[in-house]
Design a protein around this ligand. Sequence first.
Ligand code: CA
Length: 234
Amino acid sequence: MNEMSRPLVLVVEDEAPLVTLLRYNLEKQGFRVDEAGDGGEALAKITESPPDIVLLDWMLPTLSGIEICRQIRRRPATRNLPVIMLTARAEDQDAVRGLDTGADDYITKPFNTEALIARMRALLRRAGTVPTKNRLGFLDIDLDPATHRVMRNGRTLHLGPTEFRLLEFFLRHPKRVFSREDVLNAVWGRDIHVEPRTVDVHIRRLRKAINGPGETDLVRTVRAAGYALDAEAA
Ligand code: CA
């Protein structure tokens, strides 16, 4: 599996031994892992390098897991971000269940890592971010990673290799806003030095390649934030 197709998990947890354990098991299962020890750090990381899923501890210093979850749901870019809440047995399970936290699922500590990973995969599959052999699609665009064929509205599109990878990246995270840095890291890789402006050049080429006359521009420019694959372009 290449770097780009491995789902990124943000673990928001203040108990270091649990973070170490989760990182070890998740990486073994093909996830990339990012960590945050409190709410401020979590929200900053979600903005800087958007994860595919968040494991969120309920009891955290400063902001509680519930408050972090509410903030995630409030932001348009992360409204649909899958969140699994980690709770301790001592916490009132009925309260956890009954509260409108906005979390997609929760798991009680101590938990079995395999059970957690199974739930994560189910959520990711629902969110469409688990890599499959299937085609990737968004509205009238269709990309087949196996054959590298891209179609829009029934016609074949001709993309350069970088534009193809850009489109594949956006199709794996539709409607999510990515900064130029995020795009650079995902499409070019962290080890390669490329000027952020290079992203703009390739975005322009991508637009030219995928948008036919009279068709909706599917690449949205978000002022001071970056780009997203989205139909509400104008
Ligand atoms: Ca805790």
